[in-house]
Design a protein around this ligand. Structure first.
Ligand SMILES: Nc1ncnc2c1ncn2[C@@H]1O[C@H](COP(=O)(O)OS(=O)(=O)O)[C@@H](OP(=O)(O)O)[C@H]1O
Ligand SMILES: Nc1ncnc2c1ncn2[C@@H]1O[C@H](COP(=O)(O)OP(=O)(O)O)[C@@H](O)[C@H]1O
Length: 633
């Protein structure tokens, strides 16, 4: 028989294991007994190995073997006594409690004792404070409950605290567990000491803050009882590729930064896969690993009161539930947003060309096509973005967040958005002297152009970027070249953020160019590279999402990457007279944001009218931007 695999259970499962091993759940002796809520979930590969070996070895978070569990039958045999986690000394077995504290009343507590309850507890005589502090319980966090218990025990004449890791799912077995510790001694519940006030707490709320808590207990309660909007928060967007997760998540992050002093961590699916989850595939197991990693990071952020915004596909319900659990165990709130844009619309958008590839069988296991997406039943809000503006769709999320009193971003920001500052007003950041950018501003290009003089003489290089470099950016490149005529002061080119190398201009956009007597038959698409970005003096993207994509990889390029609409808006609103590189530096210093409202909409596969609208939009923007970007003689 093969060796039993090792596995570290979830915190709640570790709690259950402890109760099983100490006999607190007797006659239950293992996981998964018929009708028992005490279960153990093994990852598929561990499950397979455990079945082969007939057992699994459960280890603590540091890898110390705790128990051998027969598998799949589930009987647990101890290998060592647990010694992980804070307040371990308070974790006595039922037998130890019965022996050490025989004859004492057992007071069962799930919250901090109020002043009134403390007074009433004095009448009970010597006490055992049995603190139910399993990992997935709502209410006062376990460590705060135990600290408050120790203070209370100090204030009472003879009282000791015992930690009982009873989880919420084992609540049906609560009486049995309490009895195991109390034996034949008297049992009193905390709520019997003073009546609960009306109205009773709502599900998920606690009564630990009801009544008066003064002194040291009061301090513990107040520190733990953070208002919902002060607690760690994980906003988790799930939905199909192209449903709008990243767009909405990004818009939400911008709102948070504009409206509050909170810092935000963004964990976008694509970005995580280039970093934290680099190398993972799209198999079910790898997707689960990917989501659990995101969940782990997000939970750590929530543990410290932070705000994390996650936007992976996260197609499996069970993995999303695990993330919820991780976040709640860390004291944070998990807020699930289902971006429920239907597959047909996502496929119509196909902004990365992935659905087309998946349909052709070039991408295996593509979500929605050849890999499942399990619709969440537990989302706090469901948003279908079809036919709606981003602002409108975002509003649904903001309303739900505000309604749950988690984060109110619905009001206008207190400070009106600063108007673009001129370079002189801006102070120490990019300085423009005699119409030339300072070396600091253009550090990235120093390797290419040796001296500022030579740099000023060199033609200004514009790189246009869109998704696949077949619709919008080739049009921008060709139309700009046409518009610029035979000037040698500006050089234009284009590239795409995703795939599709060596494709001609999309037919609908080529037709628009032809209608303007511009030939684009020689054009072939290419992917944007670090070198292309380095070489460019200014990069103009079709959408804010393209800009973000570029800056996620090369944040140092932020002073030269704009959306075309953003730069046009700057030129128009600032009334600037700067030209060429000076204009680029000035626009960078203005710190205007690339609002998606300024994007050139994607005409791909949307017919001739959409192509015409995109072409006309680009024409208008180029008419504003190109004269300003052309250096003066
Ligand atoms: N086979 C397959 N299925 C789904 N998606 C695929 C696949 N291959 C690549 N991509 C691209 O990867 C992005 C999804 O990555 P995620 O990490 O969010 O996926 S998952 O949560 O692990 O399922 C997804 O990005 P979004 O469009 O932003 O969702 C795709 O661009
Ligand atoms: N109301 C809307 N909300 C969000 N995205 C929208 C909306 N309407 C159109 N879109 C477009 O849909 C696409 C969604 O892409 P993205 O946010 O990257 O999706 P995902 O991250 O889910 O793959 C973007 O091109 C976006 O501009």
């Amino acid at each position: 028989m093969s060796t039993a695999p090792q596995h570290c259970p979830s915190p709640a499962e570790l709690d259950d294991l402890e109760l099983l091993l100490t006999g607190a759940l007797a006659p239950l002796r293992g996981f998964g007994e018929p009708g028992s809520p005490v279960t153990l979930a093994l990852p598929p590969e561990v499950d397979t190995q455990a079945r082969e070996a007939g057992a699994v070895e459960l280890v603590d978070p540091e890898g110390l073997p705790l128990a051998r569990v027969a598998w799949p039958a589930g009987v647990a045999e101890p290998l060592s006594r647990p010694d992980y986690g804070p307040f371990r000394r308070l974790h006595l077995t039922p037998a130890e409690v019965r022996e050490r504290f025989a004859g004492r009343a057992v007071l069962v507590v799930t919250g901090a004792l109020s002043d009134e309850q403390l007074e009433a507890a004095r009448d009970l005589g010597p006490l055992v404070l049995l603190a139910l502090c399993g990992h997935d319980r709502h209410g006062l966090p376990a460590t705060a409950l135990l600290r408050a218990g120790l203070v209370a025990a100090d204030l009472l004449d003879a009282a000791d605290v015992v930690a009982v890791p009873l989880t919420r799912r084992a609540d049906d077995l609560r009486d049995r567990v309490v009895q195991a510790y109390a034996g034949s001694d008297r049992v009193v519940d905390q709520s019997e000491l003073s009546p609960l006030p009306e109205p009773a707490p709502k599900p998920g709320e606690t009564y630990y803050t009801y009544g008066t808590h003064s002194g040291a207990i009061g301090a513990i309660v107040r520190a733990a009882d953070k208002a919902p909007d002060e607690r760690g928060l994980v906003l988790f967007f799930t939905g199909l590729s192209g449903s709008g997760k990243s767009t909405l998540a990004r818009a939400l992050v911008d709102r948070v930064l504009e409206h509050t002093a909170r810092t935000v961590t963004s964990l976008d699916g694509d970005v995580v896969r280039r970093n934290l989850s680099a190398g993972l595939t799209f198999s079910k197991a790898d997707r689960e690993t990917n989501i659990r990693r995101i969940g782990w990071v997000a939970a750590e952020i929530a543990r410290h009161g932070g705000l994390a915004v996650c936007s992976p596909i996260a197609p499996f319900d069970e993995t999303r539930q695990q993330v919820r659990q991780l976040v709640e165990d860390a004291g944070g709130t998990f807020f699930l947003v289902h971006v429920a844009t239907p597959l047909e619309e996502c496929e119509r958008r196909d902004r990365k060309g992935l659905y087309a590839k998946a349909r052709r069988g070039e991408i295996p296991e593509f979500t929605g096509i050849s890999s499942p997406y399990e619709e969440p039943q537990d989302a706090s809000v469901r948003v279908d973005t079809t036919g709606r503006t981003i602002e409108d769709a975002l509003d649904d999320v903001l309303q739900a967040l505000a309604a749950e009193r988690l984060l109110d971003l619905t009001a206008e920001p207190a400070v009106e958005r600063a108007r673009p500052l001129s370079v002189v007003e801006q102070g120490p950041t990019p300085v423009v002297e005699q119409g030339r950018p300072s070396p600091v501003v253009e550090q990235g290009r120093q390797a290419r152009v040796e001296t500022p003089e030579a740099e000023a003489e060199a033609p200004l290089r514009i790189l246009f970027v869109c998704t696949a470099n077949i619709c919008r950016s080739p049009y921008m490149e060709a139309a700009a070249r046409h518009h610029l005529g035979d000037t040698s002061r500006v050089v234009v080119s284009s590239a795409g953020t995703h795939g599709f190398d060596a494709k001609p201009t999309d037919a609908a956009m080529a037709a628009q160019l032809q209608a303007r007597s511009i030939d684009s038959s020689d054009f072939r698409s290419r992917a944007v590279t670090r070198e292309l970005l380095d070489e460019a003096d200014v990069v103009l993207t079709a959408e804010a999402t393209h800009r973000t994509f570029l800056l996620e990889d090369q944040p140092e390029a932020f002073r030269k990457v704009f959306t075309l609409g953003q730069l046009a808006a700057y030129v128009e609103s600032s009334g600037t007279t700067a030209r060429g590189r000076a204009l680029v530096a000035e626009a960078a210093a203005s710190r205007g944001s690339a609002s998606p409202g300024l994007d050139v909409a994607d005409p791909y596969r949307r017919g001739d009218a959409a192509a015409q609208a995109a072409a006309e939009h680009i024409d208008r923007l180029l008419a504003t931007v190109l004269p300003a970007l052309t250096p003066e003689d």
